[in-house]
Design a protein around this ligand. Structure first.
Ligand SMILES: [Zn+2]
Ligand SMILES: [Zn+2]
Length: 91
């Protein structure tokens, strides 16, 4: 984790613009301020409306998913690595 991310986390600042993130509403789970979250949401919605991946903005091959194959693969790998980690800790 780089210094900027650590600073934002400890001080509750938006990771993108440095404004205070309204963490009270999110209970500490938000890393972006309300403005950036709204912008992000709008951007993802407009991407998906024109048939682009919500994750990376690349054109999707198949239309039934919100994310392209690459982003789904990344999400899947994250999921399995987390599962593997839990298994290790469980022993
Ligand atoms: Zn922000
Ligand atoms: Zn993608």
């Amino acid at each position: 984790m780089d210094k900027w991310v650590v600073k934002c986390k400890s001080e509750g600042l938006c990771r993108r613009c440095g404004k205070p993130a309204d963490d009270k509403a999110g209970g500490g789970k938000y890393v972006l301020c309300a403005d950036c979250r709204t912008l992000d949401k709008k951007r993802r919605e407009s991407l998906s409306a024109v048939g682009l991946c919500k994750g990376c903005g690349e054109p999707k091959v198949r239309d039934e998913h919100k994310y392209c194959a690459k982003c789904r693969q990344i999400a899947l790998e994250k999921y399995y690595s987390r599962k593997g980690l839990e298994k290790c800790q469980g022993i």
